[in-house]
Ligand binder design. Structure first.
Ligand code: SF4
Length: 313
């Protein structure tokens, strides 16, 4: 998938803040990207670098204490969604955009069977006849790896085997046949479905801490640090010709806990404190994204091709 067809989803200048006693935490800071039908975008970054906040904002599932700043926007199939409610950025796109988050509450009532609840919500949102909805739920449960869908549909939520609970979350998203699927740190079952979904035209964003795991899955990759894009490009560019020191560290098996939650607009490179290549300019000026090849951009003052500080031309 080349990504050159018209985008199904465009995110512009997304900025998310969390207000707390210690002041605001700037979780996502001006992230923009677009996604075409059938494209897989890998969203990589260490823990705490804004991946989940970004996906939750797009899904319209930000927690109450989070705020999406009004500069940002979301366009779905050429329809712009104004940020009418700042904490529900993506809510306007309904069932077409589904997010799967590992810590989500599936919202099941304990006294009703899983099948009853899935069929009911599917019928309500897609206006399907009951038999069609039952068939689709069973088929989707099978697709996500649940061995005996009909049996699981008859279970109360508390009786569903632990190994099938995350599959239920995935099935609950997929049964709506979304155009865009957001997967936050999926397990092996979720990852295994990505290529097949993309082949069916579903646009997928797959967030992960393991940059190398995106090989063979992602078409393009965006790498975040401190809620900012530090490098983006085709998967082959990021995995094979990475420029940013953090991205190179992650590819070498390093990286882990994100080190920088911004409390204010940065005045220098947020990676400077741990960058092995830091030099004077990094400490006084914030690097912005610059293109090093078609479609491949990096946010760094070091010019790897010249093996010298970057010179603005
Ligand atoms: S701008 Fe400087 S500190 Fe930041 S990643 Fe590049 S070399 Fe390192």
């Amino acid at each position: 998938m080349s990504g050159e067809s018209s985008p199904v989803l465009t995110v512009s200048d997304l900025r998310i803040r969390y207000d707390g006693r210690g002041g605001a935490a700037h979780a996502v800071n001006g992230v923009s990207f677009s996604l075409a039908a059938g494209e897989v975008l890998g969203l990589a970054g260490e823990r705490g670098t804004g991946k989940t906040s970004l996906l939750r904002a797009v899904a319209g599932e930000l927690p109450v204490r989070a705020r999406a700043m009004p500069s940002g926007g979301l366009s779905f199939r050429d329809r712009d969604f104004a940020i009418a409610r700042q904490d529900r950025l993506g809510a306007g796109v309904g069932r077409h955009l589904q997010g799967v988050f590992p810590d989500s509450d599936p919202g099941f009532r304990p006294w009703l069977t899983v099948g009853h609840q899935l069929v009911r919500v599917l019928r309500r949102r897609m206006k399907l006849p009951r038999s069609t909805a039952v068939d689709r739920v069973a088929e989707t449960l099978g697709r996500v790896g649940i061995a005996d869908p009909e049996r699981v549909m008859k279970l109360f939520p508390g009786k569903v085997p632990a190994g099938d609970r995350s599959r239920l979350l995935l099935a609950k998203a997929l049964m709506f046949q979304p155009s865009v699927l957001l997967l936050d740190t999926p397990d092996a079952d979720g990852v295994a479905l990505v290529k097949g979904l993309a082949a069916e035209g579903v646009a997928v964003i797959l967030a992960t801490e393991d940059l190398r795991s995106l090989a063979g899955i992602a078409d393009r990759i965006v790498v975040l640090h401190a809620g900012r894009v530090v490098e983006q490009g085709a998967a082959a560019q990021i995995l094979g010709r990475a420029e940013h020191p953090l991205v190179r560290e992650m590819l070498a098996g390093g990286g882990g806990e994100g080190d920088a939650v911004l409390r204010a607009e940065p005045r220098n490179c947020p990676f400077a404190a741990r960058c092995p290549e830091v030099f004077n300019r990094c400490r006084v000026e914030v690097p912005s994204l610059r293109y090093v090849a078609e479609g491949h951009a990096v946010s760094c003052w070091w010019d790897r091709e010249q093996a010298a500080p970057y010179r603005d031309r």
